[in-house]
Design a protein around this ligand. Structure first.
Ligand code: PLP
Length: 388
């Protein structure tokens, strides 16, 4: 089949119909699959044929999801995981050996940062962290043990943009793998493989499901790399459940329209906040005031769902603002149909030291809003009254 437009792939990528000719894909809640005869069993285990054997290895619903995300990201193959973090962990654990070195952006998801700093050293896998505003500093961090460059764009919670094309060129120059966590942008807004990424990781829990129902993760990339990740994962068991795969595959049918509305609402809110007298600064990739808005427009279709801003008056004013919120949710999640207000310094990034927080732009008065799909007038009204 020739490649169709994004929205069409998101809806029409589907496993084969069963004898019942169902219109939408059924759910295959089965742990294992049966064989026709002894020869079928032998050939299946010898991997002479592609077929499902056991749902820790593969399952029709997981395969549908993987095929869909591959088409959306322009990837050859992928594997679906039980959570975004199991995708992150399994991807690294499958590809790295003891003694290897990772060069990572400093502004990354909190748990990924903890994985690099606290747990990988157990297996002598070390990391160096670069400032996202200084990609030139990467060259000096490369050692003979370096295997990968890792980054996210836009970053969380600072909504800074990394130049993916420049990162791709740096990785290529040094013969390193480039791994991008594309969770904040989704493949609808940005496709890192086009800019030179070898692997793209997602937490499906965020915008991909977008309705707060399931945890999921997925890694897509080249056949060769995914094969290594698959061989590691089918043994270690981080597989996504078929139920969650079915939910997520359905969610992706509406990804484009949902993300369009998230981004539209976020831009209106960012403009409103920018004109508010009680706000010090606002950061949103598609605001003209964003230092990298030209880069953002070059590599993204729209600015995403996350807006960051600082309330005037530091911690106390920030807490008053939080306590004043009535409609929006106070939560640490993002990418949901419900708008969510978060205080990164005391929640998602509390494990970082104060200096580490400062170095990635997290201040005490900083607020992160994941703008949802409620009517924009109601979102803005709640925020307006919370300022008091
Ligand atoms: C949430 C998130 C993850 C982890 O995903 P889970 O599904 O919660 O395990 C990884 N990366 C980013 C950027 C995230 O926002």
């Amino acid at each position: 089949m020739t490649h169709k437009n994004f929205e069409t792939e998101a809806i029409r990528t589907q496993i084969e119909r069963s004898q019942f000719l169902e219109h939408s894909s059924p759910m295959y809640l089965t742990s294992s699959f049966v064989f026709e005869d002894a020869e079928d069993m032998r050939a299946s285990f010898a991997e002479e044929k592609e077929r499902n054997i056991y749902s820790r290895y593969s399952n029709p619903n997981c395969l549908e999801l993987v095929e869909k995300v591959c088409r959306m990201e322009g990837a050859a193959d992928g594997f679906a995981f039980a959570s975004g973090m199991s995708a992150v962990f399994s991807t690294f654990a499958a590809l790295l050996n003891s003694g290897d070195h990772i060069i990572s952006a400093r502004s990354i998801f909190g748990s990924t940062h903890t994985l690099f700093k606290q747990f990988f050293p157990k297996w002598e896998i070390t990391s160096s962290f670069f400032d996202i505003h200084n990609l030139d500093s990467i060259d000096a961090m490369v050692t003979p043990q370096t295997k990968m460059i890792y980054a996210e764009s836009p970053t969380n919670p600072g909504v800074d943009i990394l130049d993916l094309e420049a990162l791709g060129a740096i990785a290529k120059k040094h013969g390193l793998l480039l791994v991008i966590d594309n969770c904040f942008a989704t493949p609808y807004l940005q496709q890192p493989i086009k800019f030179g990424a070898d692997l793209v990781i997602h937490s499906g829990t965020k915008l991909m499901d977008g309705q707060g129902r399931v945890l999921a993760g997925i890694t897509v990339g080249t056949k060769e790399l995914i094969d290594k990740i698959y061989r590691f994962s089918r043994i270690t068991g981080p597989a996504l459940s078929p139920f969650n795969a079915w939910v997520l595959s359905k969610s992706l049918e509406t990804l484009g329209v949902r993300v369009d509305r998230h981004c539209g609402n976020a831009l209106v809110l960012a403009n409103y906040l920018e004109s508010h007298p009680k706000v010090n600064w606002v950061k949103y990739p598609f605001l003209k005031s964003h230092p990298q808005h030209i880069l953002a427009q070059r590599q993204m279709k729209a600015g995403g769902c996350v807006v960051a801003f600082e309330v005037k008056g530091g911690l106390a004013a920030g807490q008053d603002f939080f306590n004043g919120i009535k409609l929006l949710s106070l939560s640490a999640n993002l990418g949901d149909s419900r708008s969510i207000v978060t205080h990164p310094a005391s929640t998602t990034h509390s494990k970082l030291s104060e200096e580490e927080r400062a170095s990635v732009g997290i201040t005490d008065g900083m607020v992160r809003i994941s703008v949802g799909l409620e009517h924009i007038d109601d979102i803005t009204a709640d925020i307006a009254q919370a300022f008091g």
